[in-house]
Design a protein around this ligand. Structure first.
Ligand SMILES: NC(=O)c1ccc[n+]([C@@H]2O[C@H](COP(=O)([O-])OP(=O)(O)OC[C@H]3O[C@@H](n4cnc5c(N)ncnc54)[C@H](O)[C@@H]3O)[C@@H](O)[C@H]2O)c1
Length: 259
């Protein structure tokens, strides 16, 4: 158990699985009071219970980030239970992997969760963070962008456009929130083994071995990443160790975009 987030209240959207789950676990190990915000009730509750069982503190709040009422209720509930929001990790995302033939509904789904949903949770968390430090404001927000914010991938436009938007939102909001001592940064993972990549692999009908053979060499380190490796970067940006870091992004991509 570390103390890098000791006493901090941290909301992790999409916290029930994958990178979000690893982040919740690591944050709890570092002393945070963790709020798992997700649409997946069984997995969200199970994770909060498991963290409690291991001596950490976590609660699950059912949240669909694309719904404004849910975003508002999430922050209200966290304020009621813990009295503050110190850290927000905007991790929840939907994976609409389509080319230009995407329907309006598919575009709305992708933008509604990844861009508008991220902005909604941020808006209400920002209101809470402004109250920190005796009303002067303090907080750290970490957004999940991607290698897809930078590089073109085939038939990915509905997803990549949202991740490019998340990266630019990071810079804009860092500027807007700076007067309140609220830092906003992004991490940009390469291919990470999660439920999302599992679903994608199954959809394109590829064996795990074939997937690893294809994806690994795209990274300079010649392998894909694990959720915990992304969580470690998120922890750094969320912690006070990153107190002079804002409006930037940290690649966690095994060198993917340097190729
Ligand atoms: N896995 C990768 O290779 C990879 C690479 C780059 C970036 N990312 C980014 O990392 C983040 C996490 O990805 P992951 O692979 O862990 O995904 P995942 O699908 O494994 O987990 C995502 C979680 O978000 C939840 N979620 C989905 N829609 C939601 C909504 N509307 N409201 C609340 N919760 C919702 C899901 O229930 C799930 O628990 C995403 O932002 C993704 O874009 C992932």
């Amino acid at each position: 158990m570390g103390e890098r987030l000791k006493g901090k209240v941290a909301i992790v959207t999409g916290g029930a699985a994958g990178i979000g789950r690893a982040t919740c676990e690591l944050f709890a190990e570092e002393g945070a009071r963790v709020v798992v915000a997700d649409v997946d009730e069984p997995q969200g509750h199970a994770l909060a219970n498991a963290i409690g069982h291991d001596g950490g503190q976590a609660v699950f709040v059912r949240t669909d980030i694309s719904l404004e009422d849910d975003a508002r209720r999430l922050v209200a509930e966290v304020m009621h239970r813990f009295g503050a929001v110190d850290v927000l990790v905007n991790n929840a995302a939907t994976f609409v992997l389509k080319g230009i033939d995407a329907s309006v509904a598919e575009w709305q789904q992708s933008l509604g969760v990844n861009v508008i949903g991220t902005s909604l949770v941020t808006r209400y968390a920002f209101e809470a963070m402004k109250e920190n430090d005796g009303g002067k404001g303090k907080g750290a927000i970490v957004n999940l962008a991607s290698i897809s914010s930078f590089v073109a991938q085939p038939e990915f436009v509905t997803y990549s456009a949202t991740k490019a938007a998340v990266l630019q939102m990071t810079r804009n909001l860092a500027l807007d929130f700076a007067p309140f001592n609220i830092r906003v940064n992004a991490v940009c993972p390469g291919t990470i083994v999660t439920q999302a990549t599992e679903r994608h692999r199954a959809t394109v009908g590829m064996s795990m071995e074939a997937f690893m053979k294809l994806e690994g060499p795209k990274h300079i380190l010649n392998r894909v990443g694990q959720p915990r490796e992304v969580a470690c970067a998120i922890l750094f940006l969320a912690s006070d160790e990153a107190s002079f870091i804002t409006a930037t992004h940290l690649m966690v991509d095994g060198g993917y975009v340097a190729r």
